[in-house]
Design a protein around this ligand. Structure first.
Ligand code: PGA
Length: 263
């Protein structure tokens, strides 16, 4: 795992967006795994700005989102389809048929999930998977005790996740209790995993993910098994890491040829 600690979320988002842009410039038909929630918003803003100002070209890029609520239509204001349209896809030139987000209205969910896995495979696999982390350590919507080899499937949300995500819904509206999510095994198949976390509320989960044992009770700890997992944190999210000075030292002493996303 490579742990990068930056002063604030703006610097962290800029670096993450730079890594994604580097990949698109090197491999114009790359496959991105995308995430929703508050954390990636700054990254999407940076990517939109690079598209507008520097012509970053998404015309050959394909994407697969991690998850979606069961029962929400793509038009629902809190659906992840809507989130992705409003925060990224409406502002870049990625063709509509290159975009994949789990269908929350799928009727035969097991066979739909199987077809989502097949579509990722047919696209050549995910080159870079963007990830956040839940306060309970979830990855995608793989809640604690999810199998570390799981594939795309239906999951039931933890109460804490429902509370955390209530802010995206209107007062009186309930957060769906079921979701379709890529599995942890699906995520670990990506060539690079790029996890971003900001704020003190994530500090405990981040410490468990990086320095705790690999355990299904903290799904994000599965990233310790990945050959190329990059974790970008602000100071607050890094505040409970025992070896944070070491991670900082490693980053400060990186040889130039190893640096990505900083051009
Ligand atoms: P957040 O969610 O970015 O809204 O904090 C992250 C997650 O639940 O994975």
């Amino acid at each position: 795992m490579e742990v990068i600690i930056l002063p604030d979320s703006k610097a962290a988002s800029r670096l993450a967006a730079g890594m994604i842009a580097d990949l698109i410039r090197k491999k114009s038909n790359c496959v991105l795994g995308l995430a929703t929630g508050s954390t990636p918003l700054g990254i999407y803003r940076e990517l939109v700005s690079m598209h507008n100002m520097e012509g970053l070209d998404f015309s050959e890029v394909t994407s697969f989102n991690l998850d979606e609520y069961v029962g929400l239509s793509p038009e629902h204001h809190a659906s992840y389809h809507r989130f992705m349209q409003e925060n990224l896809f409406n502002h870049i030139n990625m063709p509509k048929d290159h975009v994949h987000i789990p269908d929350g209205l799928a009727t035969d969910i097991p066979s739909y999930c199987q077809s989502y896995e097949e579509a990722i495979y047919q696209a050549g696999g995910i080159d870079l998977q963007l990830l956040g982390i839940g306060t309970d350590g979830h990855l995608g919507f793989n809640e604690p005790t999810s199998s570390l080899t799981s594939r795309t499937r239906i999951k039931t949300l933890d109460r804490q996740t429902i509370l955390d995500n209530q802010r995206f819904f209107q007062p009186g509206e309930s957060v769906p209790s079921h979701v379709i999510t890529m599995g942890i095994g699906t995520i670990l198949d990506a060539k690079t995993c790029l996890l971003i976390a900001f704020g003190e509320s994530k500090a405990e989960a981040v410490a468990g993910m990086v320095e705790g044992p690999v355990a299904a009770i903290l799904p994000a700890s599965a990233l310790q098994l990945h050959q190329k997992a990059i974790i970008i944190l602000d100071e607050a999210a890094a505040s409970k890491l025992a070896k944070r000075e070491y991670y900082q030292w490693v980053y400060d002493h990186k040889p130039d040829w190893q640096k990505v996303g900083q051009s």
